[in-house]
Design a protein around this ligand. Structure first.
Ligand SMILES: Cc1cc2nc3c(=O)[nH]c(=O)nc-3n(C[C@H](O)[C@H](O)[C@H](O)COP(=O)(O)OP(=O)(O)OC[C@H]3O[C@@H](n4cnc5c(N)ncnc54)[C@H](O)[C@@H]3O)c2cc1C
Length: 277
């Protein structure tokens, strides 16, 4: 019996990677970083499907972290454990560092790449990156695009790098990942919250969410409801918040997620807003 295995091609440039992915093919063609998310879909009982994998980690996209032009530059081929332990990431983008701390096991993080976490569409880094107003360098385009816009495309382009505008640290910076207690169970919700505080009120609020099977997104309607709130006005906004979250999560198949997100948001913001005596 012949067993099909994926063929792996290694393009030396981003242009070649994009051309190979777009060329007509008899089998599915996909970019691959560490392969840790792709192999989840293959299962363990059967051989991997016949397909062509384009390994983008050998020259097509860069690896590594750099700090210049007021931005943190993250190469898409950077392994997640290298990103998690990078001093510049921890100092300048603590929200992203929190997300990485909660992501998978060491063995997975050693293989997994930032590009693959983004390409998976519900990777844990995405909520943090969206709340940080990250931009992405994609395909061969020299102009970076907002990550939120890139994620709305039906077919994700090749992600070469991500840029996080600095300063990214903020007085309100929370990343929380909620799941069942079983050892390997998919996350129910990963939530990132970032805001400035002025005169006891939230401003510049950024909210983003992702979860297993829930593609990452900004919670723009919830942001509009909560921006400007202080600790006294927060409880009165709970009803509007749930209605806004229904819209932000309109395609979600989990009916409980809106209540969960609202509870987490109100709890975290209430704890971080100043309470006058
Ligand atoms: C045991 C286990 C636990 C896990 N736990 C978590 C967890 O807690 N949180 C979490 O977020 N994930 C988790 N994952 C999923 C996965 O490991 C991560 O999402 C990882 O970051 C994927 O990266 P990768 O490089 O291995 O992606 P790959 O599997 O190589 O690719 C994933 C997707 O991204 C695409 N892709 C790859 N590189 C690029 C690129 N540069 N540009 C555009 N598209 C690209 C691929 O075509 C594919 O569609 C887990 C996986 C396993 C096996």
């Amino acid at each position: 019996m012949s067993v099909s295995t994926p063929a792996v091609k290694v393009p030396p440039t981003a242009a070649l990677a994009v051309a190979w992915r777009q060329a007509p093919s008899a089998v599915p063609v996909a970019y691959v970083g560490g392969g840790t998310a792709l192999q989840l879909a293959w299962g363990v009982e059967q051989p991997p499907p016949a397909m062509t994998l384009i390994d983008v980690t050998q020259g097509a996209v860069p690896a590594g972290v750099a700090l210049h032009d007021g931005m943190l530059h993250l190469g898409a081929a950077t392994r997640l454990e290298a990103l998690r332990t990078d001093a510049r990431v921890r100092a300048h983008a603590p929200l992203l560092a929190q997300a990485l701390d909660a992501l998978g096991a060491l063995s997975v993080r050693h293989l997994a790449t930032l590009g693959g976490n983004i390409g998976w569409r519900w990777g844990d880094t995405l909520a943090a990156l969206l709340a940080l107003d990250a931009e992405a360098e994609v395909d061969t385009d020299p102009v970076p695009r907002p990550l939120a816009e890139v994620l709305r495309r039906p077919v994700l382009p090749l992600v070469r790098a991500v840029r996080v505008p600095l300063p990214a640290a903020a007085p309100v910076a929370v990343y929380e990942k909620v799941g069942a207690r079983a050892a390997f169970s998919p996350s129910r919700l990963a939530l990132a919250i970032r805001a400035q505080l002025a005169h006891g009120r939230l401003h510049g609020l950024r909210l983003a969410a992702t979860a297993a099977a829930l593609p990452a997104r900004r919670l723009a309607r919830a942001e509009a409801v909560l921006d400007g709130a202080d600790c006294r006005s927060l409880p009165a906004r709970a009803g509007d918040l749930r209605a806004a979250l229904q819209q932000d999560l309109h395609d979600d198949t989990d009916p409980q997620r809106v209540r969960l997100a609202a509870r987490l948001l109100l709890g975290h913001l209430n704890r971080r807003l100043p309470h006058s005596a």
